[in-house]
Ligand binder design. Structure first.
Ligand SMILES: [Zn+2]
Length: 413
């Protein structure tokens, strides 16, 4: 536990000041990536960084790295990162908490005149949300080699604006190579949970040990259209068959147990007419699990249920893999450092996975990484009503700061 003047009040004030940029009438934030407001948020962070002597480097994808040099020139930086961009009807804390908690550590180090052994770098990743430019986690994904730089620069928003042009237009296209951000000793990310578990269990922080593996599918059910006035016998109703499968998907996740998740988020039917028995239903399946073998079993269970429903209802069911994401383990030694920090501060915590993608999940492909969760009101996020308390923000910040300092080390003499 450090004796640095870490301040929950100063952190909260910074959160509230950043929230004014893109503030929405319902108390949320609309500061989407590569808009003028994103530019303003970045400029504010840069100004705050400058006030405490941080050296800013911006790369060609707009990822911002604010460096505080260390005592030992041979050590690579210990990083703290997250994102300042929001959803169109986003909240004040998703991403922003992680960045500004890192800033609070930099401010406390500066105020105390304390030198660390390893440098510490604060990163604001470009376009984590993927709201205007899809997919999400673009800046961290490209830096870690999940996408190429050229691919990202060419992505267009729904209006047809190129990512690279939008980045240049707000003045945040830098010169540095995004891949330079792989050269880190460790990476820490503090984030709101975006789920209800910590709040329900009355805990202060969550130690995130791994990210769930994901498998997404497209399912197409083909039956036969007929008049709604026709007899109930001999129907081949694609929607009823799909409905049985949708319930089956929920059942698969429940039966699998543990941290299994199964969701149908999108469904379309044809011809979608009030008095016609549907001939075709198309839906998405999103399966997640912390255990890849169990995830494979969920996929197999889906195929089995699809075959059974097809036979029973006289329809055809096609299950096609759409996308997958491997299980990502966070670094056990860094996770232990977080637990030690929580214990020393007398905070209540538990280990948990993240079912949601975060920049840390890409960073973990190249750098030992870990995440900390703080509770959020009702588990709500991507919503203007997203809310945390100053005490929750402070607890997360203290655990983050202590674990980062334990990793970077204090310079002697
Ligand atoms: Zn986020």
């Amino acid at each position: 536990m450090s004796n640095l003047p870490l301040s929950g009040t100063r952190l909260w004030e910074a959160l509230m000041e950043m929230a004014r940029i893109g503030a929405t009438p319902k108390g949320g934030c609309n500061r989407q990536a590569l808009t003028a407001l994103d530019g303003e948020g970045r400029a504010l962070l840069a100004r705050w960084g400058e006030q405490v002597g941080l050296r800013l480097t911006t790369d060609r994808l707009g990822n911002m790295a604010l460096l505080r040099p260390g005592h030992d020139p041979s050590r690579r930086p210990v990083a703290i990162g997250s994102h300042l961009d929001t959803q169109p009807t986003g909240g004040k804390f998703d991403g922003v908490l992680g960045v500004l908690a890192g800033l609070e550590l930099m401010r406390a180090l500066h105020e105390a005149g304390t030198e660390t052994e390893a440098p510490i770098v604060l990163i604001n990743w470009t376009n984590e949300e993927g709201a205007r430019f899809s997919p999400p986690m673009m800046g961290s994904g490209a830096a870690m080699g999940a996408f190429t730089e050229a691919e990202v620069l060419d992505i267009r928003d729904p209006e047809g604006t190129r990512f690279g042009d939008a980045l240049a237009a707000i003045g945040w296209r830098g010169e540095a190579d995004p891949a330079d951000l792989r050269d880190l000793e460790a990476y820490f990310e503090l984030h709101i949970e975006q789920g209800p578990i910590l709040e329900r269990e009355g805990l202060d922080v969550g130690i995130v040990t791994h990210a769930l593996a994901q498998q997404w599918f497209d399912v197409i059910v083909t039956g036969e259209e007929s008049h709604a006035g026709g007899a109930m016998s001999h129907r081949r109703d694609a929607l009823v068959a799909a409905a049985i499968l949708v319930q089956g998907i929920e059942a698969i996740a429940h039966e699998c147990g543990g941290d299994a998740r199964g969701t149908v988020g999108r469904i379309a039917i044809e011809p979608s007419s009030r008095n016609v028995v549907p001939s075709r239903a198309t839906f998405s399946v999103d399966f997640r699990n912390g255990d890849e073998a169990a995830l494979d079993r969920m996929a197999e269970a889906l195929r089995e249920r699809a075959r059974a429903v097809a036979a029973e209802r006289g329809v055809e069911v096609e299950v096609t893999p759409f996308w997958s994401f491997p299980q990502t383990g966070f670094d056990p030694a860094l996770a232990q450092r977080l637990r030690d920090a929580a214990i020393a501060r007398n905070l209540r915590f538990r280990d948990m996975p993240t079912g949601i993608g975060h920049d840390a999940v890409y960073v973990a492909r190249q750098v030992p990484s870990v995440m900390i969760f703080t509770p959020c009101l009702g588990g709500i996020s991507h919503n203007e009503a997203e809310s945390i308390t100053p005490a929750q923000a402070e607890a997360g910040m203290l655990v983050l700061a202590d674990a980062v300092l334990a990793t970077a080390g204090f310079a002697k003499g």
